[in-house]
Design a protein around this ligand. Structure first.
Ligand code: PLP
Length: 478
């Protein structure tokens, strides 16, 4: 058995880890796993998760900050990762009743769990108050519900306020979440005072989570939050933590030139009305309107020069008008820094493995390779997952080279797993194996459905990174 990356020339080559490269060379083992657990399987390497944690930790230690990292659990459903997070002494950000309850069962407590759900039902609030887990409140109704619940339980709630509407470079950032920064002082100093709810909760923190991936927006939002904390302390409300949420970028791709030339080629093809790069002329966000190129690439920015720690450092080194950095103000104001990375903690943690079921030629003469998986098992809000896949050929690849699209099991024309055309050294055979790497963040689970009554994919975890055997994988119970 030998493996090959798709699009050896002019592709989008993913960054891979030794554990992935080792598995590409263990085709027999992957065949056994697919036999045992069905197709597709999601494989997680927990040591990579731990490495990501320690890299963030080292950066924050170097800045001498008091901090807590909360892994945003919604990015992946596996309990193995939650257990590893607690084992590695970081926290978990939960966003539903079940996420919260499960984290508490696995040892979560007021120090290492936070509740940030978009919709907070009373059962969530009750459970959080019982365990003194910080609740990040988003609106007035949640405030009232929290007060009511706290009084019923006879316990004070531990709360943070989610803030939005920060002004950055003269523009106000819209969000459907949070309290508006421009009215938060009134809300706290007037409306909340009138409620006389000091018995029901303490405002311990401020929180934001911004859409998009701008470090300057996050830097400014943190700076404005520090200023708000200062104002609050003069009214005897002492903010103990500020949480900047997630959205810390990760880099999926090896080569910036490949990333640029892919976009260049796609734009050109759309503009020439001759797009053979993608399935059925999908512009991935680009459109040709009367000969003019409109739109923008509607995917995650898979290549990011600033990512992970460098992204975080840009946010923390952001300076206010008095030339004081966020990091130094966090220290002088004695505030704990918190963040909730999901995707970036899952960098290099997972891969999705599926089996080839059929090959066919469509009426346009294109090769379609049908996999035993469906579009919901590798889906994001992106128009496409722009990483070349890997194929393990059971027979030696002897050509001829072929362009293929991988298709999935849902009865939808659009169940094409990658919209981008993939060139392979030869046509895969039935039971050959296709691997999509770095899928742990959002791709595996966020949109997975059971249409057609297909089983959900099996999730396996391991801590080893070479000479793996069947027994080295643990199935996730969830
Ligand atoms: C989604 C989300 C996160 C995690 O975002 P990533 O982009 O995965 O880092 C963190 N906090 C909140 C409130 C979120 O909604």
């Amino acid at each position: 058995m030998e493996y090959s990356k798709g699009n050896i020339e002019s592709g989008l080559t993913p960054i891979t880890s030794p554990w992935m490269d080792n598995l590409f060379n263990q085709g027999a083992l992957l065949t056994d796993l697919l036999e045992k657990y069905g197709s597709p399987i999601n494989i997680h390497q927990l040591q990579s998760f731990s490495t990501n944690i320690s890299i963030f930790r080292e950066a924050l230690d170097n800045l001498d900050l008091s901090y807590q990292i909360y892994y945003a659990r919604k990015a992946n459903k596996c309990t193995s990762l939650v257990k590893r997070a607690f084992h590695d002494k970081i926290g978990v950000d939960t966003a539903s009743f079940k996420e919260l309850r499960q984290c508490i069962k696995l040892g979560g407590n007021s120090e290492n769990v936070v509740l940030t759900s978009a919709i907070k039902t009373s059962d969530q609030i009750e459970l959080a108050i019982e365990h003194q887990i910080p609740i990040i409140l988003d609106n007035w109704d949640e405030i009232l519900l929290t007060i009511k619940t706290a009084r019923k339980l006879g316990k004070k709630a531990n709360i943070g306020l989610r803030i939005s509407g920060f002004s950055v470079a003269g523009e106000k950032l819209y969000s459907r979440f949070g309290f508006d920064i421009d009215s938060i002082r009134d809300l706290i100093f007037k409306d909340l005072k009138e409620l006389e709810a000091e018995d029901a909760f303490d405002i311990n923190g401020l929180h934001f989570h911004l859409d998009g991936y701008s470090t300057s927006q996050r830097g400014k939002a943190l700076s404005d939050s520090l200023e708000l904390a200062e104002d609050l302390s003069q009214q005897d409300i002492h903010i103990k933590f500020i949480d900047i949420g997630g959205g810390i970028t990760m880099n999926y791709l090896k080569d910036e030139d490949e990333w640029n030339s892919f976009q260049h080629k796609l734009k050109d093809a759309v503009l020439q009305n001759n797009n053979t790069e993608t399935f059925n002329n999908n512009g991935l966000g680009f459109e040709n309107i009367d000969g003019v190129l409109k739109g923008k690439l509607n995917t995650y920015p898979f290549f990011n020069k600033v990512n992970g720690v460098t992204f975080l450092e840009e946010v923390l080194h952001f300076k206010n008008e008095a030339n004081l950095s966020n990091a130094s103000r966090l220290k002088s104001q004695n505030i704990q820094f918190r963040m909730e990375p999901g995707r970036s903690l899952l960098n290099q943690v997972g891969m999705t493995v599926a089996k080839v079921v059929h090959r066919k030629r469509d009426a346009k003469g294109q090769w379609l390779v049908g996999l035993d998986m469906n579009m919901s098992q590798m889906m994001s809000s992106s128009a496409d997952f722009l990483l070349d896949p890997f194929v393990i050929f059971k027979e030696e690849a002897s050509g001829p080279e072929v362009d293929v699209f991988f298709t999935g099991a849902y009865c939808l024309e659009r169940d094409v797993l990658l919209k981008r055309k993939i060139t392979l050294p030869n046509l895969p055979a039935i039971d050959d194996i296709v691997i999509f790497v770095n899928t742990a963040g959002y791709m595996m689970h966020f949109f997975e459905t059971e249409a057609h009554l297909f089983d959900l994919s099996t999730n396996l975890s391991t801590s080893k990174d070479s000479s793996l055997n069947l027994v080295d994988f643990e199935e996730d119970a969830m």
